[in-house]
Design a protein around this ligand. Structure first.
Ligand code: C5P
Length: 305
C-alpha cells in the first residue's frame, strides 16, 4: 500500500525489484488495563501510522544479503545485521520456514534497510521493519499466505508487528494483537520529537506502578476533544527515567500543538497541529533550536477532513 510513495526515491537501492515503507507507528492513546500470567500487559490503544518511516528494498539474489544505510543505521551495528538478531532477518527466516512447510518457494533475497527512524523510540521501529519485510517478501516470492497466518507469524516476532502489518488507523486490544479498523479517525498533522535517548520497553513496563487503569471509553464525534480525554499510561514511568521527555513535550507544546503526548514506551512525543504547514514550520523551528534531537513533521493515514 505504501510502495508507490517511495518508488521514485532518488538513489535508494536503485536496482531493487520492489520497495516497502515501514511507517512510524504512533500510539495516540495507550491505556494499560491489566496483565497476563506470562507478564505481558493488556492494552487498549488508538494507533495510527505516519507517511514517513524506514524504507526496505528487495531483490532476488544468489545468496541472502542484508545491508543497511540511513541516519540511524549505525545504532543497529554490523554484528546485529550479521548474526540474525535484526527483526527483518527473523521475519525473513520465519516466513521462509512457513512457506517451505506449505511447499512454496522462498529463494535467496537481498534486503536493504534504510533506517530513518530513531531506534528504541516508541514509534514501531523494529516492528515496522519486520512487518514491511513480511509484506515485501510475500510480494517478491508471490507467497500464498492468509492474513491470519501472516498476523500470527508477525505476533511471534513482537506484539506490535501485527498492527504494523495492517498499517491503518486501529483500535488495538489484548497485548496489541486484537485489531479493529478505526476508519473514521482523520488524517492528522503531527510533529514527532525524540531526544535520541533509547528506551527499553520492558524497563518501562517494569516501572509501571498501576497496571489496571481505566479502559478507553466510547468515542465522541470530535476526535481531538476525545483524544484529550485519553492518556498514555507509560508516560509517568518513561518521564521518570528520561527527564528530556518533559523538555521535548514542552517545546512541542510551545510551538502551538493542540495536544502533546508520548507514543508507545517513549521517548518519542508527538504534537497535533491544525495543518500540515503548521506542523512543518514547528518541526523546522524545533530542529533549529535543538539540532542534536530528532524532529519530523508527518501526516498520518486516515480519512481526509
Ligand atoms: O513483543 P515485544 O518483544 O515487542 O515486547 C517487548 C517487551 O515489552 C516484552 O518482553 C514485555 O516485557 C513488554 N510488553 C508488555 N506488554 C505488551 C507488549 C510488550 O509487557 N503488550
Amino acid at each position: 500500500m505504501f510502495a508507490d510513495m517511495i518508488l521514485e526515491a532518488e538513489g535508494f537501492a536503485e536496482q531493487a525489484e520492489l520497495f516497502e515503507l515501514a511507517p512510524a507507528k504512533i500510539n495516540l492513546a495507550l491505556h494499560v488495563v491489566g496483565r497476563r500470567d506470562d507478564g505481558y500487559h493488556l492494552l487498549e490503544s488508538i494507533v495510527t501510522f505516519a507517511d514517513r518511516g524506514d524504507r526496505l528494498a528487495f531483490s532476488a539474489a544468489e545468496t541472502d544479503r542484508f545491508t543497511l544505510s540511513g541516519r540511524f543505521s549505525p545504532l543497529l551495528g554490523d554484528a546485529e545485521a550479521a548474526d540474525g538478531n535484526n527483526l527483518v532477518l527473523k521475519a525473513r527466516d520465519r516466513l521462509r520456514q512457513l512457506l517451505r512447510n506449505k511447499g512454496q518457494a522462498a529463494p535467496p533475497v537481498a534486503i536493504h534497510l534504510e533506517k530513518n527512524l530513531p531506534v528504541a523510540a516508541g514509534i514501531g521501529g523494529g516492528s515496522a521493519d519486520a512487518a514491511a519485510a513480511l509484506r515485501g517478501l510475500v510480494r517478491l516470492w508471490g507467497a500464498e499466505v492468509s492474513e491470519n497466518e501472516l498476523g500470527e507469524l508477525g505476533l511471534s516476532l513482537g506484539a506490535d508487528v501485527p498492527m504494523c502489518i495492517r498499517g491503518e488507523a486501529l483500535m488495538a486490544k489484548g497485548i496489541g494483537e486484537e485489531l479493529t479498523a478505526l476508519s473514521s479517525l482523520p488524517s492528522l498533522s503531527l510533529v514527532l520529537g525524540n531526544p535520541l535517548i533509547g528506551v527499553s520497553t520492558p524497563d518501562i513496563f517494569r516501572r509501571l506502578s498501576n497496571r489496571e487503569n481505566p479502559p478507553i471509553v466510547e468515542q465522541g464525534d470530535n476526535w481531538l476533544a476525545y483524544l484529550k480525554t485519553l492518556r498514555n499510561d507509560l508516560e509517568p514511568p518513561a518521564r521518570s527515567l528520561v527527564r528530556e521527555i518533559d523538555e521535548i513535550s514542552n517545546l512541542i507544546g510551545a510551538e502551538g500543538a493542540s495536544l502533546v503526548r508520548m507514543s508507545g514506551s517513549g521517548a518519542t512525543c508527538f504534537g497535533i497541529f491544525s495543518s500540515k504547514a503548521q506542523a512543518e514550520t514547528a518541526a523546522a523551528n524545533l530542529s533549529s533550536r535543538r539540532p542534536d534531537w530528532y524532529f519530523q513533521a508527518v501526516q498520518t493515514v486516515g480519512a481526509k477532513i
